[in-house]
Design a protein around this ligand. Structure first.
Ligand SMILES: *[C@@H]1O[C@H](CO)[C@@H](O)[C@H](O)[C@H]1NC(C)=O
Ligand SMILES: *[C@@H]1O[C@H](CO)[C@@H](O)[C@H](O)[C@H]1NC(C)=O
Ligand SMILES: *[C@@H]1O[C@H](CO)[C@@H](O)[C@H](O)[C@H]1NC(C)=O
Ligand SMILES: *[C@@H]1O[C@H](CO)[C@@H](O)[C@H](O)[C@H]1NC(C)=O
Ligand SMILES: *[C@@H]1O[C@H](CO)[C@@H](O)[C@H](O)[C@H]1NC(C)=O
Length: 366
């Protein structure tokens, strides 16, 4: 009897250690892609750390690789055309509003960092949202993916320009995380705006065919709302019926002089918390009740504070996440925790930003 009991425990233990964890949890493997909530790092490559002299325009305290290590599974960024200063050739860079203001380098280099991470973490499904204000074509974007050797991870849906109907427990309309991992199509790329090119880049999806969003330009914690804002003319009822996935923006801007707005880190511990006024948890509960469905994506600034992942775990019913790095809590305030060199560099960026803003007459959002 003792022997049987011991071997039963032993086998159970082996079975456990063999169980695959998908996106940090064995419980998520059998869920379809659209029935999981993914924590997103808004403006993932724009960092407020020593590498940017603690730029007040930075949206995150940790880089993309650390974000992924800590459980972030959605990364947003902006793609712009930049001209190589030495060769004069056209390149695609990740820039904040304008490459004259905040240029963090070529898109392909960032994609390469993500590929390296995905190679090392074979059971993880990652989603990208690329803002493409300059309407760069699918083929040019695809060549960056190919140069970073990440294109082969691209998820190609059955219909490249139409969301499937909403999934439910008995009728999944998106693949499960397990099947995306098995087929190695575990990078989902949404680009806004984009004219899809099924022949040359079937894995580059037009965001507005698959996703809808609430407003993103919020400066007061009492003003977070679940109302549809993009794509243009979407209503709550057609968003729900169409099966398009809800991306919940949940971050605050701090209004500065000359129409400039920077990510607001002042009360981010409440903004990204499970509960409290203007919190992530309260906002997600409100929207989920309205839609009878949990948001698929939530996008936050300074993701490590809150910690935002806690709310996402609660919605995903993940009680024991595995394989995550803990970078919870670190906050760097604008103009604080910065040596004098860093501060003057930050001020310089602000001055350049103001000059460009006045010249361009833009409403600048960072
Ligand atoms: C990201 O940041 C970590 C330290 O937080 C650093 O060790 C690592 O080299 C950085 N990775 C990239 C790709 O920049
Ligand atoms: C699941 O979706 C299918 C197809 O849309 C529908 O027929 C079925 O009633 C749904 N089941 C539940 C439990 O909502
Ligand atoms: C909050 O929303 C209300 C109603 O839409 C608006 O009047 C107000 O100006 C907003 N407040 C801020 C600080 O944006
Ligand atoms: C956020 O930080 C402030 C100041 O440090 C503190 O008073 C407040 O209790 C914190 N809020 C949460 C939700 O932790
Ligand atoms: C992560 O680190 C923070 C701060 O050091 C700590 O309070 C928290 O308990 C840690 N979380 C986990 C899940 O270990």
């Amino acid at each position: 009897m003792q022997y049987f009991k011991a071997s039963f425990i032993f086998l159970t233990f082996i079975g456990w250690s063999d169980a695959r964890a998908c996106n940090n949890s064995p419980e998520l493997c059998s869920k379809s892609y659209d029935r999981v909530t993914y924590l997103g790092a808004h403006d993932s490559p724009f960092i407020r750390d020593a590498s940017t002299s603690y730029s007040s325009f930075g949206n995150q305290f940790f880089n993309t690789t650390t974000q992924l290590n800590a459980g972030v599974r959605l990364l947003s960024a902006q793609v712009h055309v930049a001209w190589n200063k030495k060769t004069g050739t056209r390149e695609l860079h990740l820039c904040h509003t304008s490459c004259a203001l905040f240029d963090v380098g070529p898109l392909k280099d960032w994609l390469f960092d993500i590929r390296v991470w995905m190679d090392k973490n074979p059971n993880e499904v990652v989603t990208l949202i690329l803002v493409n204000g300059e309407r760069i074509g699918a083929r040019e974007l695809e060549s960056e993916y190919s140069r970073a050797d990440i294109a082969h991870y691209g998820y190609v849906p059955e219909h490249v320009a139409k969301a499937p109907p909403p999934s439910n427990e008995t009728n999944p309309t998106w693949p499960t995380l397990n099947s995306m991992i098995d087929s190695e199509q575990r990078l989902v790329s949404f680009i806004a705006p984009l004219t899809p090119d099924q022949a040359n880049a079937p894995y580059l999806l037009s965001e507005w065919d698959f996703v809808w969003e609430n407003p993103y330009e919020v400066t007061d914690p009492s003003n977070f709302t679940c109302d549809p804002d993009r794509p243009h003319k979407v209503t709550m009822s057609n968003a729900i019926e169409s099966g398009t996935l809800f991306l919940m923006n949940h971050f605050l801007y701090w209004q500065q002089a000359f129409g400039i707005q920077v990510p607001d880190s002042r009360i981010v511990n409440t903004t990204n918390a499970w509960e409290g006024p203007g919190s992530l948890g309260a906002h997600m509960l409100r929207c989920s009740n309205m839609m009878m469905r949990q948001p698929t994506f939530v996008l936050v600034d300074f993701f490590n504070v809150g910690p935002a992942i806690k709310t996402v775990d609660i919605f995903n019913k993940v009680s024991k996440p595995v394989g995550r790095m803990n970078v919870t809590g670190r906050v760097v305030d604008v103009g604080m925790d910065v040596n004098s060199g860093g501060r003057s560099a930050g001020l310089f960026t602000v001055m350049v930003g103001i000059a460009v803003a006045i010249a361009g007459g833009w409403n600048i959002l960072f």
